[in-house]
Design a protein around this ligand. Sequence first.
Ligand SMILES: *Cc1c(COP(=O)(O)O)cnc(C)c1O
Ligand code: SF4
Length: 332
Amino acid sequence: MITQTVPCGDWQPAGADLITDLAELRRVLDLPDTSSPDALAAADGFAVRVPRSYVARMRKGDPDDPLLRQVLASAEEVDVVPGYSADPLEERDSTPVPGILHKYHGRVLLMVTGACAVHCRYCFRRHFPYAEHVPGGERLARALDWLAGRDDIQEVILSGGDPLSVSDRRLRQLLDALAGIPHVQRLRIHTRQPVVMPERVSDGLLAMLAGWPGGRVMVLHANHARELDDSVRKACQQLAQAGVTLLNQAVLLKGVNDGLEQQLALANTLFDAGVMPYYLHQLDRVQGAAHFQVSDEAARRLHGQLQARLPGYLVPRLVQELPGAASKTALV
Ligand SMILES: *Cc1c(COP(=O)(O)O)cnc(C)c1O
Ligand code: SF4
């Protein structure tokens, strides 16, 4: 049995309709309520959380649905597997001030919140001590001060949690503060919300992004072609119209997207939505996610097949994150 820290997700977007109960999730999908004690324990440690509009894209009655697999608490999560840790990236060593992760030249991650609209069971930050790092008030001021003194940083990446979990009002305050730091030229947002909850792409958000004075990039997180329905495509279109360059990072997940056809469909569907595949991440070895692991050998083989089948610009870079490296590390 492992001890898990829940990201401090007290936030819910206005009007967000989330399922947070394992039994309800199974009921809505016409699945028998057969959760084992271990699955219930997993859900106790890292709560089930999934927007209803995302659940609506799942196939009813299919316990192996690739969208469901990403969010359904399962008994395997409580297995203790050697080599899987609570802090696989040793991120605690890369925080010059709370709320800032600085590993790579010229760019930093700013942790905006620990909250997410969806809880992905494979999340490498599922044990991250957000309470110590989420900058509110005083802490945010310190993080911004640090940024203002570092003119070698050109790009700020809003991360979390999911940075779009905070209200438009808070986001605007943050963007205004960042826009006041002259060397911050590019804004990047790492978010899964336009995919799992496209209704989050509000007029207010679009106006805010359109008004950002420098470059703006959004890195979405979609793992399967079926996540990109009409509502997601429309949100992507609106973001592009607001001047946002759209990229996608996916995590390679056993039983979700480790097949060639699934990866081809994902790349083509992303392109049709105006999103370029960017990274395909080999899973970070976080406690509770070992059952999603694809071997390095199988990952390389799959990537080779993608290269043989797709135009080069649709092949995501297969990478892993190694503590201490100067960038993400290519696996090929
Ligand atoms: C992944 C990551 C980045 C972004 O890396 P890119 O290769 O530019 O996408 C920046 N900082 C940290 C700490 C990261 O983990
Ligand atoms: S949206 Fe991202 S940060 Fe949030 S649970 Fe999923 S993988 Fe983790």
